[in-house]
Design a protein around this ligand. Structure first.
Ligand code: 5AD
Ligand code: SF4
Length: 469
């Protein structure tokens, strides 16, 4: 980085706050991390802005999970370089930071390829962000991709009450990070490191703070969230079912969810929680990726298709009303037409309420990338199209079956039309209600949970009316 690009005169007066713009890609863990970074910066004198033109600091929180993620980041950085140049000509500070999984995977390479970048920071280092920015101002570009020995969450300041409120009544809370499973398609074990669970007391404190700030629903996050384990109050080791039980004791907290889970970590305590914990919503994201045992083995999933089906049966026995969601990869190396048909049969058998599906994309450094028999792109596309048609059909049927049912709706935000409010069903669907159609409508507000009847299923949302009290 050249001198004139790094030693920028600070244009802000002592009373004007610096502004940070954060752009988030990827999963909910990144959404949570972006929020925590923003909180750390607002505690350090920054203000958040949603207007890039107004920012003094831009953080791109990146995702590395699928195709060309790094290339997309570089092309975006090219555009920011132009912005930085024109800012600097006007004597204004403009710091560009790349965080997240691309930062972790690429490290120094980012600074080599894009000279306008000031800061590269991996996901385990976010608690050092204010300090790193100081370093950037004093001595130029900084790279921090160390896996911290200390716990980043313990060192991040408490969630900022005002920004929690601004983010709404449903919040994310990361309870576990990293992954030791080493599925052969996945970069996560390399970008997020090995599995770590946050301690129970730390999670409880953060959850209480969220609820005090008005949060009604918490979604526990982890790359392998159901691998969470920790000591309960009596010092006994326990799993996610216990954590959910403890969290459900918090008064004012109405709903709990968790994502993403691995089939091998669905232990008895967690399955039982779906039967016994009334605050735990009847929705489970449980990726299987493929339905062929040969491919599951090549993916190193460590379970078979029939193990997964048997597990689903046990979970549905605990709560027959549970909506299932999953992730699928088509075209993993070596996947034949017959393997793919087995995935289709598994989907038919399970019947998903929602799902995410992807074409396999070789990730450098993962074993899958070096496997023989890569599937041609056109075959991947044709398989994905068929698979998605089936999943969309199942999703529509699930939504259609909701019509006529009475449900509890957590109101989250105003709708697009005047008088509308939008909330979430227990099964995570978006539900729209028109408050003008009933007197009850005058008395309700965001954050309330109201009883409604589903009247119609649209392609992306359900519509509902007030159910008589
Ligand atoms: N190619 C395609 N999809 C992938 N996923 C993870 N790695 C890859 C890859 N290399 C999908 C999996 C995972 C979801 C988050 O992304 O389905 O569950
Ligand atoms: Fe993407 Fe995985 Fe990183 Fe999340 S953890 S941002 S899904 S690579």
């Amino acid at each position: 980085m050249s001198e004139e690009l790094t030693k920028v005169p600070e244009s802000k007066g002592s009373h004007a706050k610096r502004k940070v713009f954060v752009k988030t890609y990827g999963c909910q863990m990144n959404v949570y991390d972006s929020a925590r970074m923003t909180d750390a910066l607002t505690s350090d004198g920054y203000e958040e802005t949603s207007d890039l033109a107004d920012a003094d600091l831009v953080l791109i929180n990146t995702c590395h999970i699928r195709e060309k993620a790094a290339e997309k980041v570089y092309s975006q950085l090219g555009r920011l370089r132009e912005m930085k140049k024109s800012r600097q000509e006007r004597g204004r500070e403009f710091i560009i930071g790349v965080t997240g999984c691309v930062a972790q995977a690429e490290g120094d390479e980012i600074l080599r390829r894009e000279k306008s970048v000031d800061l590269v920071m991996g996901p385990q280092a976010y608690h050092r962000l204010p300090e790193a920015l100081k370093k950037v101002r004093e001595s130029g570009p900084s790279v921090d991709t160390d896996y911290a020995i200390e716990d980043k969450f313990e060192h991040l300041p408490a969630q900022n009450r005002k920004s929690v409120q601004a983010r709404g009544v449903s919040a994310f809370l990361t309870v576990q990070e990293g992954c030791d499973k080493f599925c052969t398609f996945c970069v996560v074990p390399y970008t997020r490191g090995s599995e770590v669970s946050r301690p129970l007391a730390q999670i409880m404190d953060e959850a209480r703070q969220l609820v005090e700030a008005g949060v009604r629903e918490i979604t526990l996050l982890g790359q392998n969230v159901n691998a969470w384990h920790g000591a309960d109050g009596n010092g006994n080791e326990a799993g996610l079912g216990m954590l959910l039980e403890q969290l459900s004791q918090i008064e004012g907290l109405a709903r709990l969810r968790y994502t993403t889970s691995h089939p091998r970590d669905m232990d008895d305590g967690l399955i039982a929680a779906h039967a016994t914990n009334p605050k735990l919503m009847p929705y489970l994201h449980l990726p299987v990726q493929a339905g062929s045992d040969r491919i599951l083995k090549a993916m190193n999933r460590k379970h078979t298709a029939s193990d997964y089906i048997a597990l689903i049966k046990r979970i549905r026995a605990a709560n027959p009303d549970l909506a299932l969601s999953g992730d699928f990869i088509v075209g993993f190396p070596g996947e034949t037409d017959e393997d793919f048909e087995e995935t289709m049969r598994l989907i038919e058998e399970v019947n998903y309420a929602q799902a995410f599906s992807f074409k396999y994309s070789p990730r450098p450094g993962t074993p899958g990338a070096d496997m023989p028999d890569h599937v041609p792109e056109d075959v991947k596309s044709a398989r994905l199209e068929r698979l998605q048609a089936l999943l969309i059909k199942q999703q529509r049927e699930f939504a259609q079956n909701c019509v006529g049912r009475e449900i509890d709706l957590l109101l989250e935000k105003p709708g697009r039309m005047e008088g509308q409010l939008v909330g979430r069903s227990p099964w995570l669907q978006s539900v729209i209600i028109d408050t003008k159609t009933s007197k009850i409508g005058d008395n309700i507000k965001i954050g309330d949970i109201i009883r409604v009847r589903i009247t119609e299923a649209g392609p992306n949302s359900l519509f509902a009316e007030f159910a008589e009290a």
